[in-house]
Ligand binder design. Structure first.
Ligand SMILES: Nc1ncnc2c1ncn2[C@@H]1O[C@H](COP(=O)(O)OP(=O)(O)OP(=O)(O)O)[C@@H](O)[C@H]1O
Ligand SMILES: [Mg+2]
Length: 303
């Protein structure tokens, strides 16, 4: 199904970009990235590429398992290698060369079809690559804004070249601040910020909002939206109160993802394919499906 990727003149458009980011760790960024990628492919028949920007490589492991990830590392086909290739070979290689196709351990219910989901795996050396990347660009005379623009254009060019191969690119960001995470936020059509509805939840959202509205980050005039997504929700009075407070200041998706052992367990790669409902449990599967639909709704508001 392609509803966002047809231009009037018939030219294929590049995919829409959904970035999942929060400086705070452990709030469910990776779980959101992976479950969103899975529901958009399995339940909505979209084609999705997930780019794993986190050197912890959790999304990669969740979507490919250890063996495929090790193979990608050995063959130098990770995000790390995509960024480093131009320094070694003096030219950029397309993002598709760094992709593991047929990712995810799901099968589409009632069929033997697998979701059209690919992943650009991450690498534990990504922080060193980022440092070395910056050092080399600074030696070439770039200032820090120039470095960031360079990272943005590396990612942007890679994604634009994908054409209509994918409907959506989902970028899983690491916690904290990094050039890669900033670039992923700047490139996004929609930023999703998972929050665990604790005391600091609002601050994570304040930071994203400030970052997106600061004039220096709006030089391209591109329209971006961000939405909070409550995760690990236990329907506690304190959480509901925190959510009300957040809603006064920030846009919130009309979905909550429950705190569930089955969602946590689903993070472990299964060598036997399973259906979406059996992987997450039917109630969680329904919440995740609603998450996908809420994001699609917000996406249509953008066009
Ligand atoms: N809805 C949920 N219910 C129960 N456990 C969850 C849920 N969402 C995530 N978890 C678990 O919480 C932990 C952190 O989740 P996750 O890795 O998605 O967060 P993160 O924000 O990506 O973390 P990091 O900042 O380290 O990248 C993981 O063990 C994950 O399985
Ligand atoms: Mg993560």
């Amino acid at each position: 199904m392609v509803i966002f990727n047809a231009k009037d003149d018939g030219e294929p458009m590049s995919p829409k970009i959904i970035t999942v980011a929060n400086m705070k760790g452990g709030v469910g960024k990776t779980t959101t990235s992976v479950t969103l990628a899975e529901t958009l492919t399995v339940n909505n028949d979209f084609k999705v590429l997930l780019i794993d920007c986190d050197p912890q490589t959790n999304a990669t492991l969740m979507l490919t398992g250890e063996n495929a990830w090790e193979k990608a590392r050995n063959e130098k086909r990770t995000l790390n290698d995509y960024f480093f290739w131009p320094f070694i070979y003096n030219k950029r290689e397309p993002l598709t060369s760094f992709m593991v196709e047929n990712a995810s351990d799901l099968v589409i219910s009632g069929t033997d079809r697998t979701p059209d989901l690919a992943v650009v795996p991450s690498h534990p050396d990504l922080p060193q690559t980022e440092r070395e990347y910056i050092r080399r660009l600074v030696l070439q005379g770039q200032d820090l804004n120039g470095v960031r623009d360079h990272v943005v254009s590396m990612m942007q060019n890679g994604i634009e070249e994908l054409g209509d191969r994918f409907d959506f690119v989902i970028i899983d960001c690491p916690p904290g601040i990094s050039y890669f995470a900033e670039a992923a936020i700047l490139l996004a059509n929609i930023v999703i910020t998972p929050v665990t509805l604790d005391y600091v939840a609002k601050y994570g959202l304040d930071r994203i909002s400030q970052f997106l509205t600061s004039p220096v980050n709006n030089r391209d005039g591109r329209r971006r939206s961000y939405y909070a997504l409550p995760t690990k929700f236990r329907n506690l009075e304190e959480q509901r109160a925190r959510l009300d407070l957040i809603k006064n200041h920030h846009p919130v998706l009309p979905v909550k993802i429950s705190d569930s052992v089955q969602i946590a367990r689903a993070a472990y790669w299964s060598s036997t394919r399973r259906t979406f409902a059996s992987k997450y449990g039917s109630e969680n599967a329904e919440e995740i499906k609603l998450l996908g639909e809420a994001v699609l709704d917000k996406m249509t508001e953008l066009v």
